[in-house]
Structures are given as C-alpha cells and as structure tokens.
Design a protein around this ligand. Structure first.
Ligand code: FAD
Length: 502
C-alpha cells in the first residue's frame, strides 16, 4: 500500500512521553484507513524528566487496556496519593494537596463551611484529619484493592510516580503492536504546501521525506513545527511564574523509604521535588535564575537529597507560558511543544492526555475545519489558564519574608481570576469551579487553607448544626477514616506484592 492510499496520514514529530502517548491512543485508527507514523531522533533524545502524575492517568491507561501491575513493573512505578507542600506558607508549615474528598456531607452546603464554623468554635481538627488520602499517605499506607462502596467511605483516588522514559518505551510497545510506524531520524527541515500554508512533509538528515495530512508536534521545548515552521508565537507567563530553570538529579532511597506521595519543598528561590520510584528517587530544584545562581542552586539541591546522588544534576531551562495557538493550520502541538507550566502540580502529562481527548473528539478526516481548530484552541487555552492560576495561588499565598524571591511572589499582582477566588474564599469560604478547571473545589480548599487562609465567615446554613452535633460528626468521620487506614497494608508491601516476578 502506498502512502497516498491512506485517507489521512498523521505524522507525529517526536517520541518523548507526548509523542508515544499520542501514538498509543491513535493507534486503533490504523484499522480505519489512517496511516500513523512517529519520527524520533535517538541523537536528540527526550527531556528525560516527568515522573509524577494525577489520577486522570488511570483513565488513559484503562483506555489503552493496560494492566496496572504490568505497568508498575515496567515503569518502576509507585502509587501517589497527593503532594505534600513543605515551607510554602511559612517556614515550618506542612500541608498536603491530597487527591479525593476532604470531609463529608454534613448538611446542604459544602463541608468547608461546617469545618470553618467548627474551627471558630474551637472544635474539630486540621483539615488533614478528615482526608482519607492524606491520612493514608502520611501513614505510608495504600489500599489493597478498590474500597468497597457499601462502607460509605469516600473513594480513594490515586495516581503514580513512574520513570517517564520507561513509560514512553512501554507505550511505544503498545503503539507499534497496534500498527504505528516508527521512523528513527533527525528532522532537518519541514516543507510548506504552497497555497494552504500547511506543513506538507518533514525531511530527515539522511534525505528521506515523510509526508502528512496532519502533524502532531511533540518535539519538546523546541516546537519544531508549531514555532520553528509556523511561527505561532508564545504567551509568556513568567511575570507570575518566575521559575525558569530546573536541575534534576536521581538519588538512592534514603531513610524515608517508599512514601506514597510527592513532596514539594519551598527553597529560597523556588522549590525542590522529591518523587520516590521503585528503583530510585527523582529529585529536582525548580528555581528562578533572576534570584539565584546555577552554582548555588546545584549546591542547595545536592545538600538536600536524603539518599546518595546517582548522577550529576541535569540542567533544564524553560519559560512558563503557552503557544498562542495549540492547533495552527495542520499542526497540533502536544506536550512541551505546546507550552510549559512548572511541575508543581504534576500537570504536564495530563495536559497531553486532555489534548488527545479533545483531538479524538474533533478529529478531522482529511478535511480542514476552522471551527474545530478554534474549539480545540479555546478549550486548551482555558485549561492551561486554569492550571496556571492554580499554580500562581501557591506562590501568591506565601507569607515568607526570608528571601527576595518569596517577597516578590507575595507582592506580585496576580490575574483577576486568582484574586477573585482568594477573596471569595477569604470572605465567606466560597469556592467556585470554573469551566475547564482541572482542579476541583477540594484542591483549591486544601491549598488555601494549607497556606493560612481562614474564611472570615461561614455560610449561615452551617450555623443550623449544633456545636455538639458538629463535634460528633467530625469525630465519627475521623475515627472511621483512621480505622480504615490502620487496616491498609504498607505502600511498599503493596508495591512488592504487585511487582513480584510473574
Ligand atoms: P520531549 O521529552 O523533549 O520529547 C521530544 C521528542 O522530540 C524527542 O523524542 C526528540 O528526540 C524529538 N525531536 C526533537 N527534535 C527532533 C528532530 N529535529 N528530529 C527528530 N526528532 C526530534 N510532567 C509531569 O506530568 N509530571 C512531572 O512531574 C513533570 N516534571 C517535570 C520536571 C521538569 C523540570 C520539566 C522540564 C518537565 C516536567 N514534566 C512533568 C513535563 C514532562 O517532562 C513532559 O511534559 C513530558 O515528558 C512530555 O515531553 P515531550 O514528549 O513533550 O518532550
């Protein structure tokens, strides 16, 4: 069959996590007259970081029919129940953005109103006492199977930490088995078609030319087609997210062992991640070069590893922001080619996933459609902006005064949407979820409370519950969750059991 016999030829440029996620998801289309090929360059390699995810990754893996144990084995994966933030509000503070619910239904208004009232009355505990995921995470526990629905416990969503390189290799295997063609080679140019201005083909350094009707630009920060060829433009968000460098360094496991959560520790000019995998710990310092030197950043990272470093720190540079269009002409940018938001809430891989979901919904069948492109761009831009706002919240709410970086974050003017959310919550505990916001109310709640906001008033409906009843509801809930956690096995035992040789 010649290339032209296919009704649509999709060419994926780049084989990092984004490229292989796209290839794996689109592979079934090869049964339907599509030709899908992926071009990647071993010489250029991938960004090589990206180890923490959010629970939606389960939907992606399930859609591909991936067996969870096989996936954990193949990627060195561990479970992730949330992210712990250390020293963000003030030095010494610790809170968690745990996945899943916090609290329970007490009346008709959301839990935080009853909790606020309880705190004002001097009853009740920190939010964490009412969050199953946080209790389990802090105890180093993990559920064995799905929680039974009859026991009235909240669901316990989880994500994974994994080796992104191994995940890409795992997906490659799936994609190739399902008909995707892999081409190894370095792209040296792209050719535009005369009138349409579309990209018609890419040329490799050995002279081969790969045509396509639709190109997915998964070429990483360089954005080979979306920027290099189409000059789409970039919306720079560094005035709100000033971190522009990262140093990544794997280490051996230290004393802490296999904890089921990511840790993000605020440092003088940024923050440090700690991500436990089975075979190593991923560490990195994300920092703002305007506030510290690379040498100092490296010293600080190496001084704060709890195991032994396994490689020299790897430097990465970036600018927070997004492409002005994600889908321009016949090129759709995915992954780092589409923009970058620092990994504070582990959202990059998810943004690939949701763009792929959108692409599948709007997939063109060889015909160009402005209206589909516009809708794709509208939804993707909104999602990026909501993630951006959630990240800004973490910086803006600091009370730290100990470094120039943190004073600048505290004093910066933030987008109106962020200020509005903070004001709504600070006043009467309201949290409103915007369209395309990946993060539910409970995520905003945990960060706002974790960084020191206590609403001035609770909803009047919460006053209808007596102090004694409030205390009893909260105590009962805490006891139920604590009992459940006590019965859970240790996270590392679950990993050992599920990854045992087959
Ligand atoms: P890359 O991995 O850079 O892949 C680009 C591909 O394009 C490669 O295969 C390369 O060979 C190919 N290519 C480029 N140019 C050419 C050419 N000329 N010819 C042929 N091929 C070419 N995400 C998360 O979800 N969680 C995290 O915890 C997380 N942490 C991160 C930490 C840091 C410091 C950074 C920078 C990113 C992090 N990310 C994280 C983001 C995550 O790493 C990426 O979103 C993800 O790996 C996707 O990368 P990519 O595939 O877009 O790009």
């Amino acid at each position: 069959m010649s290339d032209r016999d296919f009704h649509t030829r999709i060419t994926i440029v780049g084989g990092g996590t984004a490229g292989w996620m796209a290839a794996a998801v689109l592979a079934p289309l090869t049964q339907d007259g599509y030709r899908i090929c992926l071009v990647e360059s071993d010489e250029i390699g991938t960004v090589g970081v990206g180890e923490a995810t959010i629970p939606q990754i389960n939907l992606f893996n399930q859609a591909l029919g991936i067996d969870e144990d096989e996936f954990l084995r193949a990627t060195g994966g561990t479970f992730k129940l949330g992210i712990e933030f250390v020293d963000w509000g003030r030095i010494g503070d610790r809170y968690m953005h745990a996945f899943g619910d916090v609290g329970r239904d007490i009346g008709i208004v959301p839990f935080q109103h009853y909790w606020t009232r309880a705190r004002k009355l001097g009853v009740g505990k920190d939010l964490r006492a009412y969050a199953l995921n946080e209790l389990a995470a802090r105890a180093g526990k993990m559920q064995r199977g799905k929680l039974r629905t009859t026991d009235k416990l909240p669901p316990m969503p989880y994500a994974f930490h994994f080796d992104a390189g191994l995940y890409a290799a795992f997906l490659r295997h799936i994609a190739e088995a399902r008909g995707v063609i892999r081409i190894e080679g370095k792209i040296v140019s792209a050719e535009l078609e005369g009138e349409s201005g579309n990209v018609g083909s890419v040329s490799l350094d050995d002279g081969r030319s790969i045509e396509g009707d639709l190109f997915l630009d998964c070429s990483g920060f360089r954005g080979l087609l979306i920027e290099g060829q189409l000059k789409t433009g970039f919306e720079d968000w560094s005035r709100w997210l000033p971190c522009d460098r990262a140093l990544a360094a794997p280490s051996s496991h230290g004393a802490e062992g296999l904890i089921p959560y990511t840790r993000a520790t605020a440092r003088p000019a940024g923050w440090q991640w700690r991500i436990p995998l089975q075979h190593r710990v991923g560490n990195g310092y994300v920092y703002a070069s305007a506030f510290t030197s690379d040498a100092h950043a490296e010293q600080l990272l190496l001084a704060n590893l709890d195991g032994a470093p396994q490689a020299d720190p790897r430097p990465l540079s970036f600018t927070a922001g997004r492409r002005r269009k994600f889908w321009n002409r016949n090129v759709i940018a995915l992954g780092l080619a589409s923009g970058f938001l620092e990994p504070l809430e582990s959202t990059s891989i998810h943004l690939v996933q949701s763009s792929l979901q959108r692409l599948l919904e709007l997939l063109p069948r060889g015909t160009e459609s402005d209206v589909e492109r516009a809708e794709f761009n509208r939804q993707t831009a909104a999602e990026y902006e909501r993630v951006r706002d959630f990240l800004i919240l973490h910086y803006k709410l600091t009370e730290r005064d100990d470094s120039e970086f943190w004073r600048a974050c505290r004093d910066m003017a933030v987008p109106d949407a962020v200020q509005h959310k903070v004001d709504l919550f600070r006043g009467a505990g309201h949290i409103v979820r915007d369209e395309q916001d990946l993060f539910a109310e409970v995520a905003w709640l945990q960060v706002m409370v974790g960084q020191g906001i206590v609403p001035e008033r609770n909803h009047p409906m919460a006053d209808s519950v007596s102090e004694a009843d409030l205390q009893s509801y909260l105590d009962t809930w805490e006891a139920l969750l604590s009992r459940e956690v006590r019965q859970m096995p240790a996270h590392q035992d679950i990993i050992a059991q599920r990854c045992a040789a087959v």
